[in-house]
Ligand binder design. Structure first.
Ligand code: PEP
Ligand code: MG
Length: 883
C-alpha cells in the first residue's frame, strides 16, 4: 500500500487534486514542485495512515517505515546532505496538514535531526555557531514539549533565569556559548522531569515527531475546532516531512507571509509581511514588527523600515513572479509562506487565502472581468451565510470586547443601547429619541411594539425558533437569544452576567452574529451594498431556478424584503397584525365574547384593519404573489395574564374581573402547540376565517384598482392533517370570494392551499392535493411534530445532544434531510401525482438556511420563503444549488 508521496526538484507524486490524501499543505507543495517552483524537497504521509494509527491502537503500518526512508533518501540526493550525517547534516521539518486548514490546532516540529554532533557541523557549514546552537535549543524545546510532553513553561523559565544571569534582555543577545549552556540545561531538565534522555538518534526523533503529529489530531483544541467547523474526525491529518531551509542565517536571509490580493478589501495588490534573519514562527509570534513586502505598501503604511522590494530586490522579483503564476494557476487569491536563505527564495506553503466577505465579493467580480473565472464560478465562490456581514452593522473587528454573556446568534448584526426590561419602556424611549436594547427572559407577542422600538433584543431563555428569534429576524433587528448564563432580576431591574451587574439605563451592545453580549458601547462598521454585491446577486439571479419569497407580516418587512430582491410573500402570519396598536383590545373582545353574535361584533371592527393591512401589502408587492395564512396560534396567546392586565381588560369590556379570569382559565391548554390552533380555530369559529377571507378579497379588489396590476391572493390554511379539514375551510373561503366578487363586480383569481406541517399531511398529500392548489412546507412545525420535540423547549437539550454527538445539527436551524426531508420528498411526490403543476414552497425558518435550500432544490420545490434579511442569502444559495 502506498503511504508516502514525495516531491521536490521539479517533480512530485500527486498534486492539488489530492487534498483528501495529502492534506492541504502536502497537496499544494506537490503542486508547486510539479510547476517547477523552488520548494525544498520532502515527502507526505497520507491521511489514511492517521486513520490506521487510530484504528490499530496508535500503531504505525509495517510498510510505512521503508517508504519514509526511501523518501528521505530522495531528499538526501536532492540536497547533497545526509540525515544524521556528522559533516553535512540534513535537517527536517515535520508538519501536520488536514484536508481543510485547521490553523494552529495541531503540532509541528522544526530543526529535526540536530544532536550533539550535527549541531557542530551545522555551525561549521553555516560559519555561524550561534545560529546552530540557537536552532538546537529551539528543537529541544519544541520536541520536549510536543513529543515528550514536558510543559513548554519549564523551558521558558530556564531561559528567563539564564538571560537574567547573563544580564541579557532579548533572546537575540545570547552568544553561541550561552546558547550551548542553555541547551545543556534543557537536556538536563528533560532527564530530571521525565526520567529519559533527549533522543540523539535522528531516526528516533523522526518517528517520535510523526507519532506526535498523529496524536495531535485528537488534542482537545483540534477536537473543538472540528466540532465548530463540522470537520469529521475520520478525515485524519497527513504529515509532511520536508528539508529545512533557514531564514535566520543572517541579514541576507528572511521569512514571510503574503496574500496575492488584499484579504480585507480585495484590492489587487500584493500584500504581506516579512522579517530579516528570522524563522517562520517569529513572524506569527509578533515579537518584532514585520516589514512590508512591497515598497507601495510600505509608503502606504508610513513605515520607515525598508520593504523586501528594497532590501532583496532579486528575491522580491522572483517572489512576485511566483505570486502571479500561482494566482493564475489556482485561479484564486493565494496565501503564501516563503523563506529566503542567503538570498535564495524557497516556497513553503500555498493555499487559497481567507478573506472578508467584502474582499471575497471584489475578488470574485474582478476575476470575472479579468477573464480568470466565469460568472457561475464567481457565484460559487461566496459563502451565502457570510452575506450577513454585509447587510447589518457589525462590530469593528479591531476593537476589544468586554464580554459579559453569550447566547445564540439568533438574528445577525450588532446593536447598542440602554437596557430596558419592558416593551412599554422601549416604546417610550423611542419616542424620546433614545436607543434601547430590550432585555427579557423571553418575549411574547405582546412585546411586538417594544421589539419594533428597540435597537436589539436580548433574552435569557429560548432557542433559534423562539418568539424573540423569529420576530427579530423578520424585522432585521439584531437578537441574542437564550443567554443562559445571564440573569434578569426584574424586581430590581438588574441584568447580571459574569460578575457584572448592570441597571436599567446602562449601555450594552449585543452581537447577534456571534451571540455575545458586551458591556458599553462599541464602534461599528456600517453596511455597504456596493456595486460588487449588486453584480454578484445579478449573476446569482440569472443562475437559479427556484424563486425567493419572503416571510413578511408588515409593510416595513415587505418593503425591506423587496429592497433585498424578494419576489413575493411566501408567508404573512396574520396574527402578528393583531398585536399592533389598540387591536389587541378588539381581538380580546372577540375571543372573550360569549357567543357568535358577540364574536361577529368584534370581528366587524377587525375587518377594516385587516383589509387596510392587506391592501398595503398587495400594493407594495405590485402583482407579485402574496400568500396570506389564516389565524394560526392558540387563542389564549392573545389574552391578558397578570391580575393587573385582567383588571384593565375587564374594565374596558365592562366585565367583572372574576368572570374574565374564569374565561381565561377555561382557554388554558396543557399542550397548546398541539391544541386548539391552526385550522382547528377556523373550524370551531368559521366567522374568524370568513372575516379574514373577506379582508383579503376586498383588499385584492382595492389594490387591483389602485395599482392596475393583477393581484392573485394565495390563501393558506395552517396545520391541516385531514383533507376534510381543508375542505371545510376552503368552503368558507370560496363562499366569501363569490360574495365579494359579486359585490365588487370584479373577477379576482385566487388560490387556496395548505401548509404541510404534520406528518399525516405529508403522508396523505395526494389526497389533500385534491383540494389544495399549493403546498407550503411549514418546517418549523413539521420538525417539531416529526421529532416530537417542542420547538420552544428544544434549546434546553439540543446543545447537549450536539456535544455528545447524538445529532450533528440543530434540526430547527438546518433541515433534517433523513427524517423531515423524507416527509417533504414524499409529500412533494404525492402532491404532484394528483396535481402535476401544483406550486410547492417552504416557509419555515429553513427557507433561509443554505444547506436546507440545497435540499429544496433537490426535491424540486418552486420557491423558498425566508425573513427579509435572509433574502440575499437565499438568492445566492438557490443559485449555488442550481449549478
Ligand atoms: C412553520 O411551522 O414552519 C411555519 C412557517 O409556521 P409558524 O412558524 O408560524 O408556526
Ligand atoms: Mg407552523
Amino acid at each position: 500500500r502506498k503511504w508516502v508521496y514525495t516531491f521536490g526538484n521539479g517533480k512530485a507524486e500527486g498534486g492539488a487534486e489530492d487534498r483528501e490524501h495529502l492534506g492541504g499543505k502536502g497537496a499544494n507543495l506537490a503542486e508547486m514542485a510539479s510547476l517547477g517552483l523552488p520548494v525544498p524537497p520532502g515527502l507526505t504521509i497520507v491521511t489514511d495512515a492517521c486513520s490506521w494509527y487510530y484504528q490499530n491502537g496508535r500503531g504505525l503500518p509495517d510498510d510505512l517505515k521503508a517508504q519514509v526512508l526511501e523518501g528521505i533518501k530522495g531528499m538526501e540526493l536532492a540536497t547533497g546532505r545526509g540525515f544524521g550525517d556528522a559533516n553535512q547534516p540534513l535537517l527536517l521539518s515535520v508538519r501536520s496538514g488536514a484536508r481543510t486548514s485547521m490553523p494552529g490546532m495541531m503540532d509541528t516540529v522544526l530543526n529535526l535531526g540536530l544532536n550533539d554532533h550535527t549541531v557542530e557541523a551545522l555551525g561549521h557549514n553555516a560559519g555561524d555557531a550561534r545560529f546552530a546552537w540557537d536552532s538546537y535549543r529551539r528543537f529541544i524545546q519544541m520536541y520536549g514539549d510536543v513529543v515528550m510532553g514536558l510543559d513548554h513553561e519549564v523551558f521558558a523559565e530556564i531561559l528567563e533565569d539564564e538571560k537574567a544571569r547573563f544580564g541579557h534582555e532579548l533572546d537575540t543577545d545570547l552568544s553561541a556559548v550561552e546558547w550551548q549552556h542553555v541547551t545543556a540545561l534543557f537536556k538536563q531538565v528533560i532527564e530530571e522531569e521525565l526520567g529519559e534522555s533527549f533522543p540523539q538518534d535522528p531516526h528516533v526523533q523522526l518517528w517520535g515527531a510523526i507519532g506526535a503529529v498523529f496524536r495531535s489530531w485528537m488534542n482537545p483544541r483540534a477536537v473543538t475546532y472540528r466540532m465548530l467547523h463540522n470537520i469529521p474526525a475520520e478525515w485524519g491529518t497527513a504529515v509532511t516531512v520536508q528539508a529545512m531551509v533557514f531564514g535566520n542565517l543572517g541579514s541576507t536571509s528572511a521569512t514571510g507571509v503574503a496574500f496575492t490580493r488584499n484579504p480585507s478589501t480585495g484590492e489587487k495588490l500584493l500584500y504581506g509581511e516579512f522579517l530579516v534573519n528570522a524563522q517562520g514562527e517569529d513572524v506569527v509570534a509578533g515579537i518584532r514588527t514585520p516589514q512590508s513586502i512591497t515598497e507601495a505598501a510600505r509608503i502606504d503604511s508610513g513605515s520607515d523600515k525598508p520593504s523586501l522590494e528594497k532590501v532583496m530586490p532579486d528575491a522580491f522579483a522572483e517572489f512576485s513572479r511566483i505570486c502571479d503564476r500561482l494566482e493564475a494557476h489556482y485561479r484564486d487569491m493565494q496565501d503564501l509562506e516563503f523563506t529566503i536563505e542567503r538570498g535564495k527564495l524557497w516556497m513553503l506553503q500555498a493555499r487559497s487565502g481567507k478573506r472578508t466577505t467584502k474582499a471575497a465579493m471584489k475578488i470574485a467580480v474582478d476575476m470575472v472581468s479579468e477573464g480568470v473565472i466565469s460568472e457561475e464560478e464567481a457565484v460559487l465562490r461566496i459563502e451565502p451565510s457570510s452575506l450577513d456581514q454585509l447587510l447589518h452593522p457589525t462590530i469593528d473587528p479591531k476593537v476589544d470586547r468586554h464580554v459579559i454573556g453569550a447566547g445564540l446568534p439568533a438574528s445577525p448584526g450588532a446593536a447598542t443601547g440602554e437596557i430596558v426590561f419592558t416593551a412599554e419602556e422601549a416604546v417610550e424611549a423611542e419616542e424620546e429619541g433614545r436607543k434601547v436594547i430590550l432585555v427579557r427572559v423571553e418575549t411574547s407577542p405582546e412585546d411586538i411594539h417594544g421589539m419594533h422600538a428597540a435597537e436589539g433584543i436580548l433574552t435569557t431563555r429560548g432557542g433559534m425558533t423562539s418568539h424573540a428569534a423569529v420576530v427579530a429576524r423578520g424585522m432585521g433587528i439584531p437578537c441574542v437569544a437564550g443567554a443562559g448564563t445571564m440573569r434578569v432580576d426584574l424586581r430590581n431591574e438588574l441584568l447580571i452576567g459574569m460578575g457584572v451587574t448592570l441597571r436599567k439605563g446602562d449601555i450594552i451592545t449585543i452581537d447577534g452574529s456571534s451571540g455575545q453580549v458586551l458591556k458599553g458601547e462599541v464602534p461599528m462598521l456600517q453596511p455597504e451594498l456596493s456595486g460588487d454585491f449588486a453584480k454578484l446577486m445579478q449573476w446569482a439571479d440569472k443562475t437559479r431556478r427556484m424563486t425567493v419569497r419572503t416571510n413578511a407580516d408588515t409593510p416595513v418587512d415587505a418593503r425591506a424584503a423587496r429592497s433585498f430582491g424578494a419576489e413575493g410573500i411566501g408567508l404573512c402570519r396574520t396574527e402578528h397584525m393583531f398585536f399592533e396598536g389598540d387591536r389587541i383590545q378588539v381581538m380580546r373582545e372577540m375571543i372573550l365574547a360569549e357567543d357568535e353574535t358577540g364574536r361577529r361584533a368584534a370581528l366587524d371592527k377587525l375587518l377594516p384593519m385587516q383589509r387596510s393591512d392587506f391592501t398595503e401589502l398587495f400594493v407594495i408587492m405590485h402583482g407579485l404573489p402574496v400568500t396570506i395564512r389564516l389565524l394560526d396560534p392558540p387563542l389564549h396567546e392573545f389574552l391578558p395574564k397578570t391580575d393587573e392586565e385582567i383588571a384593565e381588560v375587564a374594565e374596558a369590556m365592562g366585565m367583572e374581573p372574576q368572570f374574565l379570569r374564569q374565561r381565561v382559565d377555561a382557554l388554558h391548554e396543557f399542550n397548546p402547540m398541539l391544541g386548539h390552533r391552526g385550522c382547528r380555530l377556523a373550524i370551531s369559529y368559521p366567522e374568524i376565517a370568513e372575516m379574514q377571507a373577506r379582508a383579503i378579497f376586498e383588499a385584492a379588489v382595492a389594490a387591483a384598482r389602485e395599482t392596475g396590476a393583477a393581484v392573485v391572493p394565495e390563501i393558506m390554511v395552517p396545520l391541516v392533517g385531514l383533507r376534510s379539514e381543508l375542505d371545510y375551510v376552503k368552503g368558507c373561503i370560496d363562499r366569501i370570494a363569490t360574495d365579494v366578487m359579486t359585490e365588487a363586480g370584479l373577477e379576482i383569481s385566487y388560490l387556496v392551499g395548505t401548509m404541510i406541517e404534520l406528518p399525516r399531511a405529508a403522508l396523505r398529500a395526494h389526497v389533500i392535493a385534491e383540494a389544495a392548489e399549493f403546498f407550503s412546507f411549514g418546517t418549523n412545525d413539521l420538525t417539531q411534530t416529526t421529532f416530537g420535540i417542542s420547538r420552544d423547549d428544544a434549546s434546553a437539550f439540543i446543545p447537549t445532544y450536539q456535544k455528545k454527538g447524538i445529532i450533528e445539527h440543530d434540526p430547527f436551524i438546518s433541515l433534517d434531510f433523513d427524517g423531515v426531508g423524507e416527509l417533504i420528498r414524499i409529500a412533494a411526490e404525492r402532491g404532484r401525482q394528483t396535481r402535476p403543476d401544483m406550486k410547492l414552497g417552504i416557509c419555515g425558518e429553513h427557507g433561509g438556511d443554505p444547506a436546507s435550500i440545497h435540499f429544496c432544490e433537490s426535491v424540486g420545490l418552486d420557491y423558498v420563503s425566508c425573513s427579509p434579511f435572509r433574502v440575499p442569502i437565499a438568492r445566492l444559495s438557490a443559485a449555488q444549488a442550481a449549478i
